[in-house]
Design a protein around this ligand. Sequence first.
Ligand SMILES: [Zn+2]
Length: 336
Amino acid sequence: MIKVEKYIVGVDIGGTWIRAAISSMDLREENIKIKTTRTLKEHEYSISNSVILLISELLAEYDISNEEVIGIGLASAGPVDMEKGEVFNNANLGFRVIPLVEPLQDRFPEIPIYLINDGIASVLGIHYFEAEEYEKDNLVYITMSTGFGGGVICNGHLLLGKEGNAAEIGHAIVEPHSDHQCNCGAYGCWEVFSSGTGIKNRALEALETSTLNSKILMFMVDNDPSRITAKEIFQAAKGADKFSKSIIEMSLYYNKIGVGLVNNFYDCRSIYFGGALMKDHGLIIPSLVEQFEKDPLQFTVNHPPNIKVTRYLDDIGVRGALVLVKYKLEGNPVIE
Ligand SMILES: [Zn+2]
């Protein structure tokens, strides 16, 4: 890493992983250094403790002092309360309220800290690192991972909402009479059917009653259903496992509903997808593209968007957290 005068820090807090990055303000590829740790959920402060540790390790590794850091961007799985600096009602982080900004500010008292919903951070990441000029003003990002999240730039402005959760699209209720309860408490949310957690849970339930062949899946987990995750289901579906295919088909149907709603609400030029499930984008994206090319009206009244996968995959959130700090410090009109 080339030594510069000032550095910025970005952090991405997800249901399974926490990523932290340090970079120079110019965000040049060779100056972005990322470090990752598993998300601990022992108590309300487990996450802030991990974040402090990760940042401290990065600073030590690259021989950077606190005084050289001019901003920290925290992107977290939402909902977030930007004013209070905490996460609330999150479906996957384990506690109703998780304080973030205060414990970090105690440790880094002189450094401005900005908290933002991770989906919203990611759309900033796409905006800076990836989107083409014609897409930038009407851009959506959707993360498909343990849970779902989203971020929207509409008419050139980042949508935040009253507390910072303007695009909690994973909790769009796509099946209101469903028996399937989301971790958020509601029934029939989009992520109940299509997120990593949703796909796993739907598969475990369906295994009890399904007559479809699940031999490949069961072989992959040594006949132990408790070892099934979305990863194995995608893998088995790539083979000839009829059971796994049916679970993926179900998730794809709800993706069409969800993406159709997003396009109805935001009239976006392009939607970029990211998150852990995009490791299997070949099983997820083509059905969406085909639907919106051939018969968009079944799911959306607006002209359909371009559908793309971010090339930064797991890193787009932490990159977005860096961009947030850069845009804040530079007064970029997108976030004003
Ligand atoms: Zn929900």
